[in-house]
Design a binder for this molecule. Structure first.
Ligand code: PEP
Ligand code: MG
Length: 915
């Protein structure tokens, strides 16, 4: 026979965690607590199967349910020594929902059920407290009237009808608080509540407790399909077919006097993860008083109240507090996780009403996971699985002081939201160009550089700024990837902003922000605030990067190191970094990078005067002109490579030959064009015409990538020479060097072949000159669909592959990576795409091309090393996909190296446990 009801109470329960799907999360927790010897008011759970039956059968119940409920109710009565509906000794019940997954506040609850004109009198004699009995009664009638009978506000403007009656009554009586009502007032409220139910709904409030019970059970099942619950399920991916269970439980009261109370607590601090008991309570109160914010709850213990003068439970009821501490330990040991609990003290007796896995900040998740391994509660693998890689990144970044951010939100200072392109929090004065950013910063100001979009000329300004805000550009736009690589906070593609460079203003809705005014950016959420929001620095960065703190001074750092060590033990995937400068490489090494997966050589030209030589090279009409410019660039590039090789100290360094969207390097303003014309002794008109001819519309698929080095081989030649000369010099100085030269944007094997010939020839020449040799590799980026589907041909020449998924996404979707932000937001909001494919790898499309590329490439060259260096290399879901496709490594910006290490470990653990 099917079983629909599971009893819990006394010292034994029928349900528990193993039956969560049937009894729901709340029912499972209650049953577990009973079996662990923790005091729980007795009750029973009606299963989720009944909910499914209820919906499948036009709100009817399965045969046998009524009998099972009646039998369980008898047991509850026995344990409590009370009787449901008894005029003298009435048992009251709470009826609460409880799905498999927690859906806080989405479904309905009825409390104090079983009260009527007779039992209320019994309750008042029993408790010797008439006021209390009628307070419960008026609460019950209102709750039942709303939840079960459906008396709701008739219009959006109307207030809750029961609350309206209460407000009228307060006015008439000249009081402001509920507790100021007399017993007569409460009795009058009950009568008026019943009247309005009768007149509005044409139903008589049920006096029969049995009828009340079944009304409430039906209402809770029905609330599974209310609008709120449906919306919540959709957001959290909870299937409608699961249904909810219903928990019927004996009421216990925290509001019978000062020897009673109620509270909520976490077994650890949910904000910091510290292993300290953390909670709030109120004496002489019911649960809703603690959460509703009408009375300010009190801290549970001395530690939490600090220097405060308010009382705490540890002092007011030391024995109950000690009992709670014991329960805390039992629960953590049982669940091996932080719990969120609810309790009530009725006349000095403690009762537990709920336990569930506690919601926590990313920081607390990390701290609690590491601590629990140390405490022997969980394994290293479990700890690794409990930390969200994206969340882990939070401990590397400055964050807004949570209180300050809350205040800013309350004060309506959030003005817009863009893409969360570079995480962290930053605050500073608005400047509109790179020059001002540099000079203001040099004068000691903190600035935020605000641009419509960014170009290479902005780099120095970006470096000087605390954060970067743009109104155009997606997640892989220039601004976003450069900012991430520099570890800058960045909000990109914030389309709501109207930026006026001339007026030096940002206009957003009806607000105008002028140069010099403060704004604050939350790069983790994409939020933009007006005004200053205080930030807190990261201890891990202070130890690893700024070196302003010693490792032994920071517990957070030590725990972080430990977790990362466990991740490295578990992961199979290598993790490299995208870095163009020795400083960036050093940061990445500190975060655990195992090599450079992408050095974008064009980024090396952003510094100082170099851009001028690049411009000369671009606008030169003939080979002589280009060679003159290249001769200026050679020593510069060479010294850059020397710097990189030295920092990387024998680790592999993948250097990509030039891949610039040419027009980005050219001057834009008339003044700059004049300067270049004077310098090169060419007419202004001629240079302007050249610039116009080089202009590309999005997407940037013109004369860039290897196409440049093929038409102008002298460029590749110079770069190869710079690399090999640098490598020979560093090697002669006693440091090992492993250069990997990578050719970008290859679509046909012939392109790669031509470029490899140049590189190999130059290598031979340089080795001859230096009388030295060294191992090097020549490989290619796979970032054009044609390259992926002809990977076997390409692997005949390429000694390694690296997926450039920024371009591969753009070319696969046929969407420009620079301005797809204009419509991708709409796509995602309207479920056309599940997510932005420039942020998270599109496994079905782009991922399929990668799979084909890996398979074909390794068919041709079985030991082919394959990596990824698009921005996806630092996004956890994409990293996990890379593990599954069998890549050797991912390469990402320095500040995402730890994210990738953890994500790689999680996938390795998951695949390991699937075997
Ligand atoms: C890519 O396309 O994924 C890539 C790494 O190259 P870039 O972003 O420089 O075009
Ligand atoms: Mg590319």
């Amino acid at each position: 026979m099917a079983k629909y009801v599971y009893f819990f109470g006394g010292d034994k329960a029928e349900g528990g965690e193993s039956l969560r799907n049937l009894v729901g999360g709340k029912g499972a927790g209650l049953a577990d607590m009973v079996n662990l010897g923790i005091p729980v008011p007795p009750g029973f759970t009606i299963t989720t199967e009944v909910c499914t039956y209820f919906y499948d059968n036009d709100t009817a119940y399965p045969d046998g349910l009524k009998e099972e409920v009646a039998a369980s109710l008898r047991k509850v009565e026995e344990i409590m020594g009370m009787k449901f509906g008894d005029p003298k000794n009435p048992l009251l019940l709470s009826i609460r929902s409880g799905a498999r997954a927690s859906m806080p506040g989405m479904m309905d609850t009825v409390l104090n059920l079983g009260l009527n004109e007779t039992t209320v009198k019994g309750l008042s004699v029993l408790t010797n407290n008439e006021w209390f009995a009628y307070d419960c009664y008026r609460r019950f009638v209102a709750m039942y009237g709303d939840v079960v009978l459906g008396l709701k506000p008739q219009t959006k403007e109307e207030h809750d009808p029961f609350e309206e009656i209460i407000d009228e009554k307060k006015k008439a009586r000249g009081v402001t608080l509920d507790v100021e009502f007399t017993v007569e007032d409460l009795k009058d409220l009950v009568a008026r509540f019943k009247d309005i139910i009768q007149s509005r709904l044409d139903v008589t409030f049920p006096e029969d407790p049995e009828e009340q019970l079944w009304g409430a059970i039906g209402a809770v099942f029905s609330s599974w399909n209310n609008d709120r619950a449906i919306a919540y399920r959709k957001l959290n991916g909870i299937p409608a077919s699961w249904g909810t269970a219903v928990n019927v439980q004996s009421m216990v009261f925290g509001n019978i006097g000062m020897d009673s109370g109620t509270g909520v607590a976490f077994t650890r601090n949910p904000a910091t993860g510290e292993n300290v008991f953390y909670g709030e309570y109120l004496l002489n109160a019911q649960g809703e008083d603690v959460v509703a914010g009408i009375r300010t709850p009190l801290p549970i213990n001395k530690m939490q109240k600090g220097n405060g003068s308010m009382p705490c439970l540890e002092e007011e009821m030391p024995e109950r507090y000690a009992e709670l501490l014991k329960i805390r330990q039992i629960l953590e040991k049982n669940y091996r996780d932080m719990q969120d609990i609810e309790f009530t003290i009725q006349k000095g007796k403690l009762w537990m009403l709920q336990t569930r896995s506690g919601k926590r900040t990313a920081f607390a998740a990390f701290k609690a996971a590491v601590d629990m391994v140390k405490e022997g509660l969980i394994t290293k693998e479990e700890a690794l699985m409990r930390v969200d890689p994206e969340g882990l990144n939070q401990i590397l970044r400055p964050i807004f002081d949570p209180k300050e951010k809350e205040k800013a939100l309350k004060e309506d200072k959030l003005i817009a939201k863009g893409l969360n392109a570079g995480p962290g929090a930053a605050t500073g004065k608005v400047v509109f160009n790179a020059e001002d950013a540099e000079s203001w910063a040099a004068g000691g100001e903190q600035v935020i550089l605000v641009r419509i979009d960014t170009s290479p000329e902005d780099i120095r300004g970006m470096n000087a700024a605390q954060g970067i805000l743009t109104s155009r550009g997606g997640m892989t736009s220039h601004a976003a990837l450069v900012a991430r690589q520099m570890g800058k906070v960045c909000v990109a593609g914030c389309v709501a902003l109207d930026i006026d460079y001339k007026e030096k203003t940002i206009t957003v809705k009806d607000k105008k922000i002028k140069e010099g005014e403060y704004i604050s950016l939350d790069g983790a959420t994409g939020e933009v605030f007006v005004g200053q929001v205080k930030t807190l620095p990261s201890e891990v960065l202070r130890v690893l990067i700024d070196k302003t703190m010693k490792p032994e001074e920071s517990t957070i750092y030590k725990d972080f190191e430990l977790l990362m060590q466990w991740a490295d033990e578990a992961r199979k995937l290598g993790v490299r970094t995208n870095a163009d400068q020795p400083g960036q490489a050093a940061v990445a090494l500190a975060f655990g990078a195992e090599g450079i997966g992408l050095c974008r050589t064009e980024h090396m030209f952003f510094e100082g005067e170099r851009i001028e030589a690049v411009r000369e090279m671009i606008v030169s009409e003939d080979i002589e002109g280009r060679e003159k410019a290249l001769a200026k660039l050679l020593p510069i590039q060479k010294s850059d490579f020397v710097g990189l090789f030295k920092v990387m100290n024998g680790l592999p360094v993948t250097i990509r030959t030039l891949d610039p969207p040419l027009h980005e390097f050219l001057p834009r303003t008339e003044k700059e064009i004049h300067e270049l014309a004077d310098k090169m002794d060419i007419s202004f008109e001629k240079i302007s015409a050249k610039i116009a001819s080089l202009h590309e519309a999005n997407p940037m698929l013109g004369h860039r990538g290897c196409r440049l080095g093929i038409v102008f081989p002298e460029i590749t030649e110079m770069q190869a020479r710079a690399i090999f000369e640098a490598a020979c010099e560093v090697k002669n100085g006693g440091i090992d060097v492993k250069p990997e030269i990578m050719i970008p944007l290859v679509g046909h094997v012939n392109e790669l072949r031509l470029q490899k010939d140049v590189v190999d020839r130059v290598a031979g020449e340089v080795f001859g000159e230096y009388g030295a040799t060294l191992d090097y590799k020549v490989g290619t980026m796979i970032e054009i669909p044609r390259a992926a589907i002809t990977a076997d041909e390409i692997a005949e020449v390429a000694e390694f592959f690296s997926f450039g998924t920024n371009d591969l996404t753009q070319t696969t979707f046929g969407m420009s990576r620079d301005d797809a932000g204009k419509f991708l937001g709409y796509y995602v909001a309207n479920d056309i795409l599940e997510y932005d494919p420039f942020q998270r790898l599109d496994e079905h499309g782009v991922g399929k091309l990668m799979q084909i590329g890996v398979e074909l490439g390794r068919k041709q060259r079985p030991d082919l090393k394959v990596g990824i260096c698009g921005e996806h290399g630092g996004e956890p879901n994409s990293v996990k996909f890379c593990h599954r496709v069998g890549l050797n490594y991912v390469s990402c910006s320095p500040y995402r190296v730890t994210v990738a290490r953890l994500a790689a470990a999680q996938e390795a653990i998951k695949q390991g446990s699937n075997k």
